[in-house]
Design a protein around this ligand. Structure first.
Ligand SMILES: *[C@@H]1O[C@H](CO)[C@@H](O)[C@H](O)[C@H]1NC(C)=O
Ligand SMILES: *[C@@H]1O[C@H](CO)[C@@H](O)[C@H](O)[C@H]1NC(C)=O
Ligand SMILES: *[C@@H]1O[C@H](CO)[C@@H](O)[C@H](O)[C@H]1NC(C)=O
Length: 856
């Protein structure tokens, strides 16, 4: 009894201490403005302001910008993240409504369902809104039993667990325990409510932060004071949310087509001869190879912008790179780190040190860290001089070595000292931090031109990548710059590409890579992948093959990479039969590259990911919400990789209700079809339990279960070449998989593969394919091909059309009004095949020609 009384007194005492506000709001042309006036209480690190303002901008019918701030203060501008300008006029016809509660807060609701999307009522869950100098916090509501994705980057399951505190702060941690903060900062999440509706929230802040996820609420806490800035996206589908989010942070950059091919890297190619050997072996074993990578082996004493005089002499290295590019069409990318070794006479150090454009410590001296070459200073990418210093050196380096791209590593910034290397300076104490900030990093009290390091830290790589691109553009202004980065911030995807950092040669790492790729897609960074085979530790033949299979279909960025103390893991390293298995998947990847590439265009235009969760593609099926061991390539292909050693099947694969076809044979797969009786639609609930089926799929080591979704149309090129760029224009096959209504839809886009204009766009052409029924009473179907965009003059040949799931053999086929001389029908698999060789088509079988094909 006594203790209960004591607790309630403590609670009352705490409550009395919490700040409470009077809320005042008035309508404006852009939305609302108003203020919070504190009438009692204080936050944890007083003084608290007695008064602060807010503005609500109704930017579009589905997007709100809401900001709490002190009008008398100036705030650090987060560079290059927001791609939109503020509105002066509110959108009309919004899908949301507001409520302002006196002595309460602001509530934002979905107009149609009344779902509360955002709710700042200050005493909710005893977590009031706090706007102090060194600590800010806001709690808002989430739905009960919602599923939440995002809040990266980290290694975790795709659907985030709760209760949990997610730290967001760029950090190099090797392979950390699950759910810890990693290389990138993406304070964005997507929430799917039990009614199936999705919305997203972007907390626009670069400070170290923590997001606490509970069932029913979410709390944001950040180190930087005095302003809270949010963008809210109403969806209502996950795809809508990502489109709306990437409208704000920018659409993903166009990838050069060669980069969608296969890449080989290793830390441990000790000399040019080593690399030459690898290239020759790839040719010898007839394995496709598009890009070779240089890790830090090539450097002289691991120093930036140098080459090893013995093993990688500059002139020879440059000649080797030019040679394989001209003779073999192999591209080359080299690693770069931001740390500049402190060494007198070393030009990069001398010039950076004398320029003053370096990161400084709190006494304004050069900040000294330790990276691969030893003690280093770091360029300050936030100073214009630091940016151009970097860009000019990148240009020079790229020209000297004839490189095709730059790989920015260690750019969190990673620092082998946990903070300052000579611990004589001590550390600044902060009122609140979301845990340890300088683990393997730079001390938080360092200073950049844009502001204190703790506020700019997570943007450092973002700025480095921008200046790297400037350097590449100075060499080749009309080619798409290829920059791969380890660290990132919200919006980095419009500039550079990403890999998921260090992983291990373990089955769990293969499994977790799928979640990582799905999350990157939400963050507007769809062109990503992780090290195939695993980076740390020794891989083995089986794991490498399973990894290659999965990556061929699920890694937009497809690179094999290992550490210097791991055994070799090139695709031929384990001999037969593995080399043949790996070859099969490298070649299959080439055959579907036009589909990958079309999806990359779609990402660039709309923002939707290339690799998608089942829940994104089947929003009506709540069984899909937590699936992260299977994923979809676009809307067309469902990939179910084998993720366990010794397995002869992929276990527990889920198939949402749809008509599915086996990718390898083209025949309908009845074993993954949900039968009609299982449907338990709940009319009172919009989110219908559509009940697909869960099955184990046979999968010997030389295959991977892949299914084509009925209703999809995609393209293939049934050719193989050593280089993707040699086959990218090979003749096309169009594959249409009929759904239960005998309809299908899809499109392809083509361009020259590498040009880009000053807005980051390209001239492309696009063709749309649609299959419909012929109409009442008529048997058969109609494929309509229409050209929807003509920007690139393609000479691509169409050589084959395959319609999957054609129930009966047609008696004749017409192209427009002309009868085709012949066609094939596979009775067993129910596939209709029409080929160029059969002639008959007036449009001469060009990919970009409109026509109609009728069968019946
Ligand atoms: C998250 O951290 C805060 C302190 O910042 C703490 O009060 C809270 O209990 C933590 N929540 C969880 C779920 O660990
Ligand atoms: C700042 O860096 C200089 C070296 O550039 C070092 O001598 C000094 O101790 C550092 N100051 C602090 C406070 O860490
Ligand atoms: C339908 O859904 C509602 C809301 O989730 C639930 O309360 C109800 O029990 C469901 N009915 C059936 C028949 O499953």
């Amino acid at each position: 009894m006594i203790s209960i009384v004591a607790i309630s007194i403590v609670l009352q005492f705490c409550e009395a201490e919490l700040p409470r506000y009077d809320v005042y709001a008035k309508e404006t042309a852009y939305g609302y403005t108003g203020s919070f006036t504190r009438y009692i209480g204080n936050g944890p690190f007083p003084p608290d302001p007695t008064f602060f303002s807010f503005d609500i901008y109704c930017q579009t019918k589905d997007r709100i910008h809401i900001r709490f701030y002190d009008r008398s203060k100036k705030y650090m501008n987060i560079p290059n993240v927001l791609q939109i300008s503020e509105v002066t006029k509110a959108a009309s016809q919004t899908n949301y409504v507001f409520e302002f509660i006196d002595k309460g807060g602001i509530i934002i609701k979905r107009k149609d369902t009344g779902d509360v999307i955002f709710d700042t009522q200050t005493l909710r869950f005893d977590h009031p809104l706090i706007l102090e100098k060194e600590f800010i916090s806001l709690t808002t509501t989430t739905g009960k039993n919602s599923v939440i994705y995002g809040l990266g980057s980290r290694r975790s399951r795709y659907a985030l667990k709760h209760p949990f505190n997610y730290t967001i702060h760029n950090q190099d941690r090797g392979t950390p325990p699950d759910d810890q903060n990693l290389y990138g900062s993406h304070p964005f999440h997507v929430e799917v409510r039990p009614n199936g509706k999705a919305h997203g929230i972007f907390f626009c802040n670069s400070a170290p932060m923590q997001v606490e996820l509970q069932d029913g609420w979410i709390t944001y806490r950040a180190m930087a004071g005095e302003m809270l800035d949010f963008y809210i996206f109403l969806g209502p589908t996950q795809k809508d949310v990502i489109k709306q989010y990437t409208d704000v942070i920018g659409k993903p950059a166009l990838v050069p087509q060669w980069a969608t091919g296969f890449h080989q890297c290793a830390w441990g190619y000790k000399s040019i001869d080593d690399v030459r050997n690898v290239v020759e072996n790839y040719d010898k074993y007839n394995l496709p190879l598009d890009v070779m990578w240089a890790d830090i082996d090539y450097m002289d004493g691991k120093k930036l912008f140098t080459t090893d005089p013995v093993n990688y002499p500059k002139a020879q290295f440059a000649r080797f790179i030019s040679d394989i590019k001209e003779k073999k069409r192999i591209r080359y990318v080299a690693i770069v780190n931001p740390g500049v070794k402190i060494e007198s006479g070393y030009e990069p150090y001398e010039s950076l040190a004398s320029s003053g454009y370096y990161l400084r410590n709190r006494t304004s001296q050069p900040y000294i860290g330790e990276v691969w070459p030893g003690r280093t200073i770091f360029p300050d990418f936030f100073s214009t001089g630091g940016g151009s210093w970097w860009a000019s050196r990148i240009s020079k380096f790229v020209k000297e070595l004839n490189l095709d791209g730059i790989w920015n590593d260690m750019n969190e910034i990673s620092n082998f000292c946990n903070g300052e290397c000579d611990e004589d300076g001590g550390k600044t104490k902060y009122a609140w931090t979301p845990g340890e900030l300088d683990h393997h990093g730079v001390q938080s009290d360092a200073v950049t031109a844009a502001g204190p390091y703790y506020l700019t830290h997570s943007l450092y790589a973002h700025m480095e990548n921008i200046h790297t691109i400037e350097g590449l553009k100075a060499v080749n202004s009309n080619k798409r710059p290829f920059v791969l980065s380890r660290a990132s911030f919200a919006g980095s995807g419009k500039n550079n590409f990403l890999w998921l950092g260090e992983n291990e040669a373990k089955w769990e790492d293969l499994r977790d890579s799928i979640s990582g790729i799905l999350s990157s897609g939400l963050f507007g960074m769809p062109f990503t992948g992780c090290d195939v085979g695993g980076f740390n530790g020794d891989t083995n033949a089986e794991l490498l093959t399973r990894w290659t299979e999965a990556a061929a279909f699920l890694y937009p960025f497809f690179r094999n990479h290992r550490s210097d103390d791991s055994i070799s893991q090139e695709m031929y390293a384990f001999g037969e039969p593995y080399t043949s298995y790996n070859r099969r998947f490298l070649q299959e990847r080439q055959k579907i590259q036009s589909y990958f590439y079309t999806l990359m265009h779609q990402s660039h235009d709309e923002g939707v990911p290339i690799i998608r969760s089942l829940s994104m593609e089947f929003p009506g099926d709540s069984n899909c919400l937590k699936i992260d061991s299977q994923a979809m390539l676009g809307s067309a292909l469902l990939v179910s990789p084998v993720l366990e050693p010794g397995a002869k099947k992929a276990t527990g694969c889920y198939f949402p209700r749809a008509r599915w076809y086996d990718y390898w044979s083209g025949a309908e797969d009845k074993s993954v079809e949900a039968n009609e009786e299982e449907e338990s639609s709940n009319e009172s609930n919009e989110f219908r339990e559509l009940n697909g089926v869960e099955v184990d799929l046979p999968a010997d080591l030389n295959t991977i279960p892949v299914h084509i979704r009925g209703g999809a149309i995609f393209t293939k090129q049934n050719y193989v070449a050593r280089r993707l760029m040699n086959m990218k224009d090979a003749p096309f096959t169009v594959i249409a998989a009929l759904d239960y209504n005998e309809c299908a839809f899809g499109y392809i886009s083509v361009d020259d593969g590498e040009s880009v204009d000053e807005n980051g766009d390209c001239k492309k052409s696009a063709v749309r394919f649609q299959v419909t029924q012929r109409g009442r009473g008529k048997k058969g179907g109609r494929l309509s091909v229409s050209v929807t965009e003509v920007g690139y003059n393609s000479m691509h040949v169409l050589e084959e059309i395959r319609i999957l799931g054609v129930a009966e053999e047609p008696s004749k086929i017409h192209f427009n009004d002309q009868r085709a001389s012949s066609f094939e029908y596979d009775r067993e698999k129910k596939i209709l095949i029409v080929r160029k060789a059969y002639g008959g088509d007036p449009r001469e079988w060009m990919l970009l020609k409109e026509f109609e094909m009728l069968w019946g």
